[in-house]
Design a protein around this ligand. Structure first.
Ligand code: BEZ
Length: 253
């Protein structure tokens, strides 16, 4: 995971779509009363709270101190902890592990899947959604083009996101003792908030791409990128990101 300082307020105010779409994923989880459910990468806790509203006993974990602090303040009745998705363990087993829009930040996917397996009781379910193969391709292409055009090609940072294909991720799950029961791979152009939606999105999620250049150069790159994307990503006064989603439900053997 890159060094990203998550801004929990900005995340909630301008990127609330992350949690909004997650509510649909809860339909795949179908939480039951008194089930023990782990929200892996819980962010500011909104979805953990939704799951709790079904009567489940939820624990939320996230590796951002700031996100966890905000989650605790907003939902004091839920247990939230700062934990790393690649090396967490719990004494008691969970009936389900849920994860929304998080796992593409973690390249060590085998470690994550192994931790999820160990956290689940036999027959427990892993329900997750993340960026799939081709996610944000157009936005990333535009940032790189702007850097090349500005003579900054040698400063381009390779993006590190993990956007697996269906074949890759289901093979990973099967290799780690899961049976895959449901998969969905789909385009979801995602509306960004406000007139500066695309620039805000780039600043929030892609700032690591600018670590080799000055703040001023980054501002120029963002402005050029936004300009370049306008034709394809700005419609009827709204910005859209070219998200591709991979959604999976798998059962621990
Ligand atoms: C995503 O949800 O697909 C995503 C968000 C920010 C950066 C990369 C991917």
């Amino acid at each position: 995971m890159p060094e990203i300082k998550w801004n929990a307020d900005l995340y909630d105010n301008k990127h609330s779509f992350v949690s909004k779409y997650g509510e649909d994923l809860i339909g795949w989880l179908q939480p039951q009363e008194d089930e023990r459910i782990l929200d892996l990468g819980c962010g500011t806790g909104l979805l953990a709270n939704e799951i709790r509203n079904y009567g489940a006993d939820v624990i939320g974990i996230d590796n951002s101190l700031e996100m966890v602090a905000k989650a605790k303040a907003a939902y004091p009745q839920i247990r939230f902890e700062v934990r790393n998705a690649t090396d967490f363990t719990f004494a008691e087993k969970f009936d389900a592990v849920f994860s929304n829009a998080v796992l593409h930040w973690i390249n060590e996917s085998a470690k994550v899947v192994a931790c999820v397996y160990n956290a689940l009781a036999p027959g427990g379910r892993f329900v997750m959604e993340m960026g799939g193969k081709g996610n944000n391709k157009s936005i990333m292409g535009a940032i790189k083009k702007a850097m090349v055009d500005e003579g900054l090609a040698d400063k381009i940072v390779a993006d590190f996101w993990y956007f697996p294909s269906v074949a890759e991720y289901t093979a990973l799950l099967e290799a780690h003792g899961f049976t895959v029961r449901q998969v969905l791979y789909f385009d979801r152009d995602t509306e960004l908030m406000g007139e500066d939606g695309m620039a805000d999105w780039i600043k929030m999620f892609s700032s690591f791409l600018f670590k080799n250049i000055s703040t001023k150069q980054a501002e120029t790159i963002i402005a050029k990128t936004v300009d370049h994307l306008k034709d394809r990503h700005y419609k009827n006064g709204k910005w859209y990101a070219d998200y591709v989603r991979l959604r999976v439900k798998a059962i621990r053997n």
